[in-house]
Ligand binder design. Structure first.
Ligand SMILES: [Zn+2]
Length: 73
């Protein structure tokens, strides 16, 4: 995610890769951003994730939204 002030950070997804485990499991955490970690057992839309994680810029304090998502190159 890239803030309007130029600061960039990431929402990272750690997925369950344990063999023979049941169902989807993922833990989202923030890197270089403010916000909370969020664990989900099913796939979520970005809209929902952003509402839960509440990502913000640690430099200027802006709240980040879907518009700040920068796809991985
Ligand atoms: Zn910023």
């Amino acid at each position: 995610m890239i803030c309007e002030c130029g600061h960039s950070g990431h929402i990272k997804l750690k997925e369950n890769d344990t063999p023979y485990s049941v169902g989807f499991w993922g833990e989202y955490s923030v890197e270089n951003l403010t916000g909370v970690a969020y664990v989900t057992e099913s796939s979520r839309s970005w809209t929902e994730l952003i509402k839960k994680i509440n990502p913000g810029c640690p430099v200027c304090g802006r709240k980040l939204t879907e518009k700040n998502i920068q796809p991985d190159k």
